[in-house]
Design a protein around this ligand. Structure first.
Ligand SMILES: O=C[C@H](O)[C@H](O)[C@H](O)COP(=O)(O)O
Length: 225
């Protein structure tokens, strides 16, 4: 059922895409449905180009025949579409469940428009219940970890299949468990001051709208400016 909700949100977001657009493609299992659908649209004649937020999405886009442009050559991104791990009523989000938070933030903060797609499980009253991923340089990471603990977080080094998870940028991910009193907006600023942290998975409300697949249909919520 959840997969159907993700797919419904992704297909609804695709309605925003026009020929000639330069797209920023997010990462994850919801974006997977978008990229597949874009492949069909491109095969049917939609003229689009895209830049991707991860190697996984690059591979998927290639498999689906979507023309890719290296981010170094991209001057403007018309629309970025991405998933989230959690979002609160103020449109603040936590991202990075797939480890792509840095590239996602680079693209989201440069895009003219940002849309986040998700199933309804991602809607949360508060973000502080969700671990906050931070991308951390491996060099001296124990020192970085100590500084993070000093802020009150409990960091856990992310692993996959028993090995340390390495991001597309060659870094580690620390997943930080916080507490209910923490304001991630404030904590994200403090974390960014720690040498060794490249970026956090806290995203300020930079989306124009969210598209949510629910059991009662797809809901589109546009953020008030
Ligand atoms: O690093 C990964 C991203 O932030 C994803 O956008 C996020 O984890 C949501 O992924 P999914 O659509 O698979 O829940």
């Amino acid at each position: 059922m959840t997969e159907e909700l993700k797919k419904a949100a992704a297909l609804k977001a695709a309605e925003e895409i026009r020929s000639g657009m330069m797209l920023g493609l997010g990462t994850g299992s919801t974006v997977y449905y978008l990229v597949q659908h874009l492949g069909d649209l491109a095969a049917a004649g939609l003229q689009i180009h895209a830049t991707a937020t991860s190697r996984a999405t690059e591979d998927l886009a290639r498999q689906n025949g979507i023309p890719l442009v290296d981010i170094a050559k991209v001057r403007e991104i018309d629309l970025a579409i991405d998933g989230v791990d959690a979002i609160d009523p103020a449109y603040q989000a936590v991202k990075g469940g797939g480890g792509a938070l840095f590239r996602e933030k680079v693209i989201a903060t440069r895009a003219k428009r940002v849309i986040w797609i998700m199933d309804e499980r991602k809607l949360m009253p508060h973000l502080s219940h969700v671990p906050l991923p931070v991308e951390t340089a491996p060099f001296g990471y124990h020192f970085t970890e100590k500084k993070i603990k000093d802020l009150g977080f409990i960091p856990e080094l992310r692993t996959r299949d028993g090995e340390i998870f390495i991001t597309d940028n060659g870094n580690y991910i620390l997943d930080l468990a916080g507490n209910a009193d923490m304001d991630y907006r404030i904590m994200a600023h403090k974390l960014k001051e720690i040498t060794g942290i490249l970026e956090t998975g806290f995203f300020s409300p930079i989306c124009e709208k969210i598209i949510v697949g629910t059991k009662n249909g797809v809901i589109v919520k546009t953020k008030e400016r």
